[in-house]
Every structure is written in structure tokens, then in C-alpha cells.
Write a protein that binds this ligand. Structure first.
Ligand code: ATP
Ligand code: ATP
Ligand code: MG
Ligand code: MG
Lengths: 226, 226
């Protein structure tokens, strides 16, 4: 579903340059749940942003399906992300002036599409956001904001979901509910999920766990629970 | 060290009103490590903000030592926070235009004080920030930003440290290092720590664990590991 081929990402220049990804190659299997773990600063968010076309690589190639992202212009890239990718950001990135409900359906509004009402209800009730829909992000708890960010990524039922530590601010129960929901997206709807997490119990939901260190893949394993 | 007496905090008005704290009474013991756990939206961040004088209560009283926060004017409250309280925010709240180093010593700069160089070195090396000091927040990983926020709260060696989910974005090793550091602050320097966390292993470092639900204390226990 997605692939990094010898990807290098360098931030900055000269002595201040940071080699966030150091020649990383990774294949994300379609219809599978892949978890990515690694120390803080090891390159997980950078990898996710490059795979989702949100950040340009310094060298190497990124493929989504059989499309090389470098062959797309800005408009094509934007459309691909909008139509095929959902992204849960580590810092949520909600629009402060919109309500939770407006934030959740924003990808659809931008595409001029109407939400599937049944699916919207499923997403809202599973993530327990029903009584916070008219609140703005500043009026929500940290975990509520994180769940709104997750709902936004799921609302378009994209082929490919990238989730950057989506349960970092959730208590174990809400976290487990979100993880179950992601697991169902794979089992029932054949979506592809790439989850960055520091939580071993979240990673245990995946089919495969990839370990990063210093911008490279250092290990991987089939999930212990499958 | 800090006390909430029948504290009620209501956000909004009329039908949109949210009773984030519903008559909560809690005593934080001096020189102790208290953990606060509870479901997302149960009032943990609100409680911390009210205890630290960052938010005004709707009714009830908050005491820091034997000072009733309601008796202080804005300047006195600001000075009390600056001199006696350190706060690690759930959303970090770093200044985007300052480097990591500048963010860390900001409480001292504001007070016109110089950092204790030895202590600054201890904080920076324990939190592994030594090679990121001249980076700005947008150039840091999520976990690095969180560690900078923690360093800033610790740099003044305040009597009272409030930490709102300070390890939510950290891998288990960096998280354990931060928690050990907080534990030492209590054991070696008699500081008082109030930690909000979703992580049972972080809560296990505390002397006492308080459980919140719907803006009230519903349970508490002495820590299993002391
Ligand atoms: N400015 C506000 N206006 C309206 N409601 C608010 C506001 N700020 C917080 N709330 C509500 O108050 C309740 C408690 O919020 P709080 O941030 O204290 O929760 P929390 O326990 O820290 O949750 P989390 O674990 O998700 O961080 C939540 O239901 C939230 O929606
Ligand atoms: N804009 C930037 N300029 C310079 N360095 C950067 C920039 N963005 C990220 N970095 C660096 O790249 C490295 C990888 O960052 P990344 O955000 O991918 O880490 P991560 O694995 O997601 O960490 P965490 O678990 O803390 O979220 C970090 O060392 C970080 O400091
Ligand atoms: Mg990250
Ligand atoms: Mg909170």
C-alpha cells in the first residue's frame, strides 16, 4: 500500500543538519495493521509524514500504491492525500475556529462531499464525542481533542490511515476503544493502518511491529497476538 | 502543600455549561508524590490548572500552603506561581520563537535570575536534550518538545510541581527516566509533585494515587510500590 525506498530526510544544513531518516526502506502491506515503535527522536513522525506525502524526502523514493510521489505536482499530491489518506497528527492540528463536528467532517467539506450519516454516527459514538460536538478545540480536554483528530482521519474511510501516537493522551479504556476501532477498520473494511505508538499493548493489536532507531529500521517482528 | 476545598468549575453557561469539577475536595501532601488518574474528560487538567492558580474556580477555595488564592491580586498570583510552582502542560505550551534552551530557562529570565549551571546541566542531561538546545519547538519531535516542557518546570526547583501527562509522548525508556527524575525531586529535594497520568507504571512511582470521574474524587489508594 505504501513504500519507502532508501529514504533520507535531512533537516537544516551544515553543522546544524539533522539526519532524521538515514536511508530507510520499508514496505507497508495492504489491508494490514503495521505498528512502528522506537525511541523519542528516532524518526517515526518524520517517516509517517514522508510516507503520507506531507514532507518531501531529501533522497530516495516514496510510493503510494504504484505512484511515485515525486512524479506528482502539488495539486495531484493534495488530491491523493485527500482521497486516499487519513492522518492523525501527534499534535492533533485541529482548526481552532471550528467546532469538533466541523473539524471531523472537514476533509469531506473540502472535497465538497456529504458525510455518510450512519458512518459519522458510528465514529462519533465509538469515540464518545457525542456531547462535545459543538465545542471548539480550546474547550476540549487533551484526550477529547485527540479523539476528534482520530475521527477526522477516519471519516472519509480512506484506504490508508497513518496514526501518530493517537492514544498518547487517552486513558487505557478510551485508548483500547480507539485501537479496537482501528483493528476493525482493517478486519472489516480492509483498510491499511500504520500506527506509531510508544504503548506495547497498542502495538500488540498490529499484525507486524517495526522498530526504528536513529532514522533506520533496526528490527521487526510479527505481532505476538496474531 | 496545596488543597482544593469543595471546588466547582463550570465552563460556559446555560444549556452549554460543562461542570468540569463538581465539588472536589483534595489535599496534596507536602514533600509527597501524588498521582491523579481518571478517564479522558474527568477533570484532571482542570483540577491541576485550578490548584496552580492558572484558572479561577466557580466556587470553593484553593489553598497553596496557607494562602487562599482568591485573596491574591493578579500580580501576587503571578509572583506566587513564578516563585513556587512549576507546571508541565499537557500541550507543552512552548514559545515557538525561542530555542529549547531559551524555553527551558524562561521562568528564570522572566524573574531576572541566572540559572544554576550545575542544575541546568543535570536537567538537560537527564532528559537527553543536550544536542537539541538550539532548535526551536517546530524542529523538535513530539517527545523532545515534551521533555523541554518538563525541563522548564524543573529548572527553578519549585516547591510544587504540577505535571499534566508529562510522559504521554515518550517511549517507555525516556518516560521512565523522566519519572525517576521526578521521584528524585521528592526523595532528595523534598519537592511536592502532582502528576496526572494515564500510565499505571508512572502512577506506581507515586506515594498515593487519586482517581477522578466526572469532576469528583471517586477513589484513592496508597501506592502499591511504597
Ligand atoms: N473552556 C472549556 N469550555 C467548555 N468545556 C470545557 C472547557 N475546558 C474543558 N472543558 C470540559 O471540561 C471537562 C474536563 O476537562 P479536562 O481537560 O479537565 O479533562 P481531563 O481529565 O484532563 O481529560 P484528558 O485525560 O482527556 O486530558 C471535559 O469534558 C471538557 O470538555
Ligand atoms: N524541522 C526540523 N528541523 C530540525 N530537526 C528536526 C526537524 N523536525 C524534526 N527534527 C529532528 O528529527 C528527528 C526525528 O524527529 P521525529 O519527529 O521523526 O521523531 P519521533 O520518532 O517522532 O519522536 P517522538 O517519539 O518524540 O515523537 C528528531 O531528532 C528531531 O529533533
Ligand atoms: Mg513523533
Ligand atoms: Mg487533560
Amino acid at each position: 500500500a505504501a513504500r519507502a525506498i532508501e529514504v533520507v530526510k535531512v533537516y537544516g544544513e551544515g553543522t546544524a543538519a539533522v539526519r532524521a531518516l538515514d536511508g530507510i526502506s520499508l514496505e507497508i502491506d495492504r489491508g494490514r495493521f503495521t505498528a512502528i515503535m522506537g525511541a523519542s527522536g528516532s524518526g517515526k513522525s518524520t517517516l509517517l509524514h514522508c510516507l503520507a506525502g506531507l514532507d518531501e524526502v531529501t533522497s530516495g523514493r516514496v510510493m503510494i500504491g504504484d505512484i511515485d510521489l515525486a512524479t506528482l505536482d502539488d495539486n495531484e499530491l493534495t488530491r491523493l492525500r485527500r482521497d486516499r489518506i487519513g492522518f492523525v497528527f501527534q499534535a492533533f492540528n485541529l482548526v481552532p475556529t471550528l467546532t469538533a463536528a466541523e473539524n471531523i467532517v472537514l476533509p469531506l467539506s473540502i472535497a465538497g462531499r456529504q458525510p455518510d450519516r450512519d458512518w459519522l454516527d458510528v465514529v462519533i459514538s465509538t469515540l464518545h464525542l457525542g456531547d462535545r460536538l459543538s465545542h471548539r478545540p480550546s474547550q476540549l480536554s487533551g484526550g477529547q481533542q485527540q479523539r476528534v483528530a482520530a475521527a477526522r482521519a477516519l471519516i472519509t474511510r480512506p484506504d490508508l490511515i497513518f496514526a501518530d501516537e493517537p492514544s498518547g493522551n487517552l486513558d487505557s479504556r478510551s485508548g483500547a476503544q480507539l485501537l479496537d476501532f482501528l483493528r476493525k477498520a482493517v478486519n472489516d473494511f480492509s483498510q491499511t493502518i500504520v500506527l506509531v505508538t510508544h504503548d506495547p499493548s497498542a502495538a500488540a493489536q498490529a499484525d507486524r511491529i517495526v522498530f526504528l532507531a536513529d532514522g533506520q529500521v533496526i528490527d521487526e517482528m510479527a505481532s505476538p497476538s496474531t
